[in-house]
Design a protein around this ligand. Structure first.
Ligand code: FMN
Length: 191
């Protein structure tokens, strides 16, 4: 099973890098697989640590994918780093082993500290729709216009029926990004 979470890692200048990633649990270890090149991967290789942030504020997924990376952070407990203040729970990780790959290395981590900050309130369809749309936005150049429109039309149903304020904001950021992409594509086709 893959779980979509936010990874926080420390940049060389001491600031915190925030990136949505999918993680997998394997034999008590947590595996993160960043595509190359990636700031997350560089930070993991340099510091041998990372933090998994489990969130339900989907603005953070949509924000990271649309260039909004200024989210509130607090220091971690056992490793040198920071976690999202909005994290429902977080896990602090130390690198256990690294399987290199030309495209997508696999980083296996040992959890060294785990804590819950807020209760999980249940599934929300609009949150899932935002997540799907964020993945779609991160792959726009690989998808046809037909596929993009089809997917958005379907995801929009859950937004219309079940979104709260955060989901509406996140959805709007993603739609703006898609509109900009379409506009640039149209302009480059005319030029
Ligand atoms: C829900 C979601 C899951 C993602 N999972 C991954 C992943 O597992 N690996 C990856 O390299 N990028 C993933 N991405 C895309 C990255 O978050 C994005 O490309 C980011 O910029 C990573 O590069 P960075 O570490 O240089 O910021 C995901 C994006 C979303 C929205």
């Amino acid at each position: 099973m893959i779980q979509e979470i936010i990874v926080t890692t420390q940049n060389e200048d001491g600031s915190t890098h925030i990136a949505p990633m999918g993680i997998r649990e394997e034999n008590g270890l947590i595996m993160i697989a960043p595509f190359k090149p990636s700031a997350t991967l560089e930070n993991i290789q340099r510091n041998k640590s990372a933090v998994v942030n489990c969130i339900d504020d989907v603005r953070i997924f949509a924000g990271c994918i649309t260039g909004r990376k200024d989210w509130s952070l607090v220091p971690t407990e056992k490793i040198t780093g920071q976690r999202l203040t909005a994290a429902l729970s977080h896990i602090e990780l130390e690198l256990d082993s690294f399987e290199d790959d030309g495209l997508r290395p696999q980083c296996y981590f040992k959890p060294v500290f785990e804590v819950t900050h807020f209760a999980f309130k249940g599934f929300n369809r609009a949150q899932s729709a935002v997540l799907e749309a964020a993945i779609l936005v991160s792959r726009l150049s690989m998808l046809s216009e037909e596929k993009i429109s089809q997917e958005l039309e379907y995801l929009m149903i859950a937004i219309d029926k079940t979104a709260g304020e955060n989901e509406k904001i996140a959805w709007q950021w993603l739609m703006e990004k898609i509109e900009n992409y379409r506009q640039h594509k149209k302009e480059s086709e005319i030029a």
